[in-house]
Design a protein around this ligand. Structure first.
Ligand code: ADE
Ligand code: ZN
Length: 326
């Protein structure tokens, strides 16, 4: 069987996915009409054509503007439902999904609205095909520590729906140390901790995420190779890295997929995983990311198998549930 066919049929987990980054241009268009939001595009094709980025910030500007069409509970239900249906098609049996509360609360859309929409879709996917889903609340790091504390407090009625808390948005100039105190509170509350680090930011930000935030996982982390001591520590502690190849290519973290270091890191014994990050903006869902590795890096069967095992080993599922898929 061709490796691309095998990739699509094998069960896998996705651990780094921003739900707002799975908003399909067609849904964005439909919701803009529904709520009379004026988009700077005159067709779905124009939205798609606008997805050309030269940096993380150039993407984030469009991502936050696009999220403005999400207004009521049904919009958030449709957003989540559409991603979960993709999971079913792609054989993603377990997903750990990030959402950015501040992207919505700052526009006057309350937790009650988006959490109800997410919950309805997740409950339906659990019941209909046994999909397993965990939610990760992410703070926007370009905002202040006080706003992160406030966001955490506002989430209190929904703590039972949330498994982990993370850190995303503009990395450069917003080091993890800015959020050390709020993540101490996050850990005290019993949540797992993740943080984007070493995507555009330096290896120093990965150190801070490990030492100051005490992360359970690093999102991206591809720049860890710039510091041998750090690389050795990540390997020795088996701190998972949720790597997103198509995202790295589209945001110019790398210039060519053939330059991607994910398989080098894997072969060195790091617990790396493959993920799609913001699939509608970066041109591919999870299976497309695996196919890119096969085509550009000649990923072999053993590497594919290890990446699939890693996707479960690096998850926040209890070990007995991980074993079911390994
Ligand atoms: N928010 C959504 N996608 C992101 C990414 N790749 N990096 C940082 N913040 C993000
Ligand atoms: Zn991300």
């Amino acid at each position: 069987m061709a490796i691309s066919t095998r990739i699509s049929t094998l069960p896998k987990a996705e651990l780094h996915l921003h739900i707002e980054g799975s908003l399909e241009p067609a849904l964005m268009w439909q919701l803009a009409q529904k709520h009379q939001v004026i988009l700077p595009y005159s067709s779905v094709a124009e939205i798609e054509a606008a997805y050309q980025f030269d940096s993380l910030q150039s993407f984030l500007d469009l991502y936050y503007a696009g999220a403005d069409v999400l207004r009521d509970e049904d919009d958030f239900y449709q957003l989540m439902w559409s991603y979960l249906c993709r999971c079913r098609e792609q054989n993603i049996v377990h997903a750990e999904i990030m959402f950015d509360p501040q992207t919505h609360t700052l526009r006057g859309v309350d937790y009650a609205v988006f959490m109800a929409g997410f919950d309805k879709a997740i409950t339906q996917a659990r019941q209909d095909w046994g999909m397993s889903v965990l939610l990760i609340l992410s703070f926007l790091r370009h905002l202040s520590e006080a706003e992160a504390f406030d966001t955490l407090a506002q989430a209190a009625p929904y703590y039972s729906m949330i498994s982990a808390v993370g850190l995303d948005s503009s990395e450069l100039g917003h080091p993890p140390e800015k959020f050390a105190r709020v993540f101490a509170k996050v850990r005290e509350l019993g949540f797992k901790v993740v943080a984007h680090a070493g995507e555009e930011g330096p290896a120093e930000y990965i150190w801070q995420a490990i030492e100051l935030l005490e992360v359970d996982r690093i999102d991206h982390g591809v720049r860890c190779q710039e510091d041998e001591t750090l690389l050795a520590l990540i390997k020795q502690r088996q701190i998972p890295l949720t790597v997103c190849p198509l995202s790295n290519l589209k945001l110019k973290v790398i210039n060519d997929m053939a330059q991607h270091n994910i398989l080098q890191l894997l072969d060195e014994g790091l617990l790396v995983t493959v993920n799609s990050d913001d699939p509608t903006y970066f041109g591919g869902y999870l299976n497309d990311n695996y196919v890119q590795l096969e085509q550009a890096l000649a990923m072999n069967d053993a590497q594919l198998k290890q990446l699939l095992i890693n996707s479960f080993k690096a998850s926040f599922l209890p070990p007995a549930q991980q074993q079911q898929w390994i």
